[in-house]
Design a protein around this ligand. Sequence first.
Ligand code: PBG
Length: 336
Amino acid sequence: MTTVTSENTSRATATFPQVRLRRLRSTATLRSAVRESHIRLEKLIYPLFVVEGKQVQRPIKSMPGIYQQSVDVMLKEVDEVASAGLKSLILFGIPEDKDSEATGAWSTDGIVQQATRAIKQRFPELIVVADTCLCEYMSHGHCGIVSDGQILNDPSLAVLAKTAVSQAAAGADIIAPSDMMDGRIAAIREALDTAGFENTPIMAYSAKFASAFYGPFREAAQSAPQFGDRTTYQMDPANSREALREIELDISEGADIVMVKPALPYLDLISQARALTKLPIAAYNVSGEYCMVKAAAANGWIDERRVVLEILTGIVRAGADLIITYHARDVARWLS
Ligand code: PBG
């Protein structure tokens, strides 16, 4: 009897030299057998920037490898990434004209609506996520209706809801509101349901921070605010309890997937969100995170492939189910 007790005790308190964690690291096969987190192509969402016109492919200087593309050129890229194994895309539109009502965001012939129809017609099995926001379509570059220099919350909800419905009508599989107005998830859910899109899920940019890491995206989407900044609607990077409130509220308003954005400086929140909810969690590995890797790699300072895979593994390990990342096309090439 004493032997059993002492054995149990020694197991519970076992330490070196009985315990050697290196045992399970000794071969590649063992390491992969005990690996806990995996990057899978079906979990990655690849962003595309679509513009009006034909045969347009304009490089985005701060985002090497990413382009503004007209629908015809974009379809070729979609074909390539789909063949490489990617399953999901998120679309951002750059309209020809911007105004103070964000007409391009919700019109039937808006650029995202055109692109969505074209992609779904050729590649019905792909998941098309529509970023639902107004900043790219507003002359002032803010994510809501502006009056007297203020970004108005409640009047913006109807415009966002109208945008979501037109995106769903064009065939978008997921609606992803990124504006950070209060109450938008409930407003969008109700509008989608009323329009007969009760089966269209909402991926809410729930904890979206007022981040300097969006700089390159604003070049790509030509969506920089023309006055002020986004700190009255996007979150203060210092706040984690508030981020959890945002997530809880979006869930109570009907979100199907919640998002943390950016990813890398907010891995703690991905992990806290994972503990908070059973919903799928998305993380946005944003433009600034992408361009830092690209710049360092172009200088020969880091091993791009290893760094990217390590970053994405870290985001998965923190608790993300889905990752929006500009690296997705490269990753698909590397992993296939
Ligand atoms: C639109 C939107 C932004 C991003 C995604 N949707 C920009 C912003 O909030 O200014 C940023 C994505 C990135 O940096 O990659 N509101």
